[in-house]
Design a protein around this ligand. Sequence first.
Ligand SMILES: [Zn+2]
Length: 478
Amino acid sequence: MYNIEIVCFIDLQGLDSGQSALGRVAESTYNIDRGDRHRLHSVAGTEDRDGISCLLQSSIPIYLTDVNWPLLTISKGFFECAISNQTKNQMITALVTDDQPSANAGWGNEDDIVVCDNTPIDDGHCGRADTERNSLGWDVEDIELPVDIKLDETIHSQRRCVTVPAKGTSKICSWISNSQFILDHLSAGSYAAAFTSLNGQVGVINFDPYKSIFMSVYACSKLSLTLSLLLPPSCTYPTRSSGEDRDNRGLPAFTMQLSDLVKRLHSGYQLTTSGQFPEAVRRFQEILLHIPLLIVNSKQDLAEAHQLINICRNYILALKMETERKENLKLTTVDHKRICEMVAYFTHCDLQPIHQILTLRTAVSTLFKMKNYKTARSFARRLLDLGPRPEVAQQFRKVLQACENNPTDEDVLDYDEKNPFTLCGITFRPIYKGEPEAKCPLCTASYQIQYKNSLCNICQVSEIDKPCGGLKISSQIR
Ligand SMILES: [Zn+2]
């Protein structure tokens, strides 16, 4: 502290705060009288009246190790006392105190043994006697050991060393090492392993749609608890087993299950029924992306997961094709033949009965308007077989009667209802049985062979016809 600050402190106490007594104590403590204060003020100001201004420096603090800091009262051991308070000779004196038994008194009884020159000598006792005579009381002697005895260095070194406990495995690391499921790796934040598994199992090459899913699963894998406002929140990791199931011990709790995807499927159905095709397509694609992350425990759940893939694929394909057909209708030069073919294909997408009726109604109406009565008659029969509402059935019986009166087609359509076919997911054209095709390893959508190694248009994440290991989502197959 500079002296000038002390003067200011004294002035403040005396003038501003009214603590004149404290100011006087400070004056006497720092030996500052009024003359010094005036001089110090001169130093602090811009004037140098006496020409004696100089930099005032505080005294050098002296650090005394023994008295400066209070120390805890601890009991010193024998060697600590001896080293700190006594010299080497005093230590020797401390070792040999009066209350300790005398070496001669305790160990010198053998001095009374008289050994005669003619007596057969016991090597041990005779040698000890000679040593005792030479050392006056101590019978310390060298021990003759066999030459082949060696000191066990390992035991010797182990006694000297401190064994540091081995570092344990964190909960998250154990998830990665104990599980091969993608969901567990995501819960641990091991995105690289999850990406590798997705690519190896179902040929995923476009990971952008998976970003939000990965972040959501990782965020759900742990709980944050605020125990006190003064402490940072602590994290806990919910597990899916308390310990009896050895295979699942310590693994993260399920953040997503098959039943959750089934609920999303029903919402996709509702969007389809209400005609919100783009929203429905997004919903079915979300379900498709989540299926490789599932962990199912039974063959029935595994079969339902595969069935879910087929349902989502069919709906995405049907709704995308119908969306494209409606876009074609907006064009100035409408391709009537193509429109008729697309509505015909739309009826073969294996949708739910309620949606299948809607596709057939669309097909019959479109084909009848475009004078393709023969094909419209076939769809009208299929529609009536599904048992629509009475008023709908009555209307389409009349349409069927009109088509049967003139069973001809205006256009030659690329459509053979008697020949099984699948639809290409990009061109929306039929691939009849026996023709070469490529398949998506995730959604199993079919494509014409020229689209091999392209990005799937249905799931939009996998590479078409990429050789893969297949879904590994069953806990019964490890
Ligand atoms: Zn696909």
